[in-house]
Design a protein around this ligand. Structure first.
Ligand code: AQP
Length: 335
């Protein structure tokens, strides 16, 4: 992989047995074409996945399933570095340094922390410092762009602030990254509650469609999707969030434009639209389910891909961390 190609970094948490359509359309799907022409690093962020409480065996299994889904979605180990965050110790090490230049008030303003903490009886300090670890994930690789969904914009802003602050205080060390957010799919909403984002940790899974979900269940959830009291099939996220979400999902997965779908379903009613969307989702996710299972049936092959990815990640991350330690004034150990 040529060193002069633009770096891209993104990650996803192994916090569920499957990614949902929001993760897939908002993030993972953008990762695939970026493999061409960029030096791409993609990671399964298991350190982040323990911030809300977890079961060890479940986490291990989900980490493999997450990697398998990424490969099934089109990540190619020959064209990207795919790794598990905990295999690269520099993430936690850089997070500590960055936490020492982050203001307590600044960290307290993160809306994702407020939302997630509100659902917990005793939120952890790890959940509070999550965005600082995320900044470390990105800055270690000198990434210039980070493909994510809209919900990550504020965390990206913090990452940029920390990079600029560090550079100003200790000398040019980090590339300041830009968010790479595809507007159309930046926020896929929950089918049962079309103002909330589709989320793995939603209280109810009724409106969350997983990419590994069986076709009968996908059809059922889409047929029950909340729309509105009207009948017109029109893309209008403000007034018709449910219908607009269905149109976005169908358009992105089928390759047809929203305008084409609006015209095709003009006067046909929501029932017909839902039937069509359900078939599009079932058809688009079938190969993902199949290929994920193939990778899961071959854990040795999967683990080798992750080992190669993490070796390359440690190499790049190690160089950045050495520069950081030197810049902040840590006494370097004798070789
Ligand atoms: N609804 C969404 N629409 C568009 N993009 C989304 N993403 C998540 N939900 C949507 C994007 O998916 C990537 C991976 O997300 P994550 O697993 O790291 O964490 P998250 O953003 O917190 O996603 P969830 O599903 O809500 O997980 P939990 O419930 O475990 O926190 C990110 O790029 C995210 O923007």
């Amino acid at each position: 992989m040529a060193a002069d190609r633009t770096r891209i970094l993104s990650g996803i948490q192994p916090t569920a047995d499957s990614f949902h359509l929001g993760n897939y359309l908002g993030a993972v799907r953008q990762w695939v074409p970026l493999q061409d022409g960029h030096d791409t690093f993609y990671c399964v962020v298991d350190l982040h996945a323990i911030t809300m409480g977890h079961e060890p065996d479940v986490l291990r299994a989900r980490t493999r399933t997450a990697a398998a889904q990424l490969l099934a979605a089109g990540l190619d180990p020959a064209r990207c570095s795919l790794f598990v965050q905990s295999h690269v110790p520099q993430h936690a090490e850089l997070a500590w340094v960055l936490s020492c230049i982050t203001g307590f008030g600044e960290a307290s303003r993160m809306t994702q922390f407020k939302d997630k903490a509100a659902k917990q009886a005793n939120p952890s300090v790890g959940l509070f410092t999550y965005p600082i670890l995320q900044a470390a994930d990105i800055l270690l690789y000198q990434a210039s762009a980070v493909p994510v969904g809209e919900d990550q914009r504020q965390h990206l802003e913090l990452t940029r602030d920390l990079a600029q602050r560090f550079n100003a205080r200790f000398g040019e060390t980090f590339v300041v990254p830009e968010p790479y957010i595809v507007k159309e799919t930046a926020k896929i909403v929950d089918l049962a509650d079309p103002v909330a984002k589709m989320s793995k940790s939603a209280d109810s899974q009724a409106g969350v469609v997983d990419i590994l979900e069986d076709p009968a269940s996908i059809r059922k959830k889409i047929k029950r999707a909340v729309t509105d009291t009207g009948t017109e099939i029109r893309f209008d996220p403000e007034n018709k969030p449910g219908v607009s979400n269905l149109l976005t999902i169908a358009a992105t997965l089928s390759g047809r434009s929203v305008a084409e779908l609006e015209a095709a379903y003009d006067g046909k009613g929501y029932g017909a639209l839902k039937t069509e969307v359900a078939e599009i989702v079932v058809e688009a996710t079938a190969p993902l389910r199949e290929r994920t299972q193939e990778w899961l049936d071959n854990p040795d092959r999967l683990d080798k891909v992750l080992a190669a990815g993490s070796a390359r990640a440690r190499e790049v991350a190690g160089r950045t961390l050495a520069d950081v330690y030197d810049a902040v004034g840590f006494l370097l150990p004798r070789p």
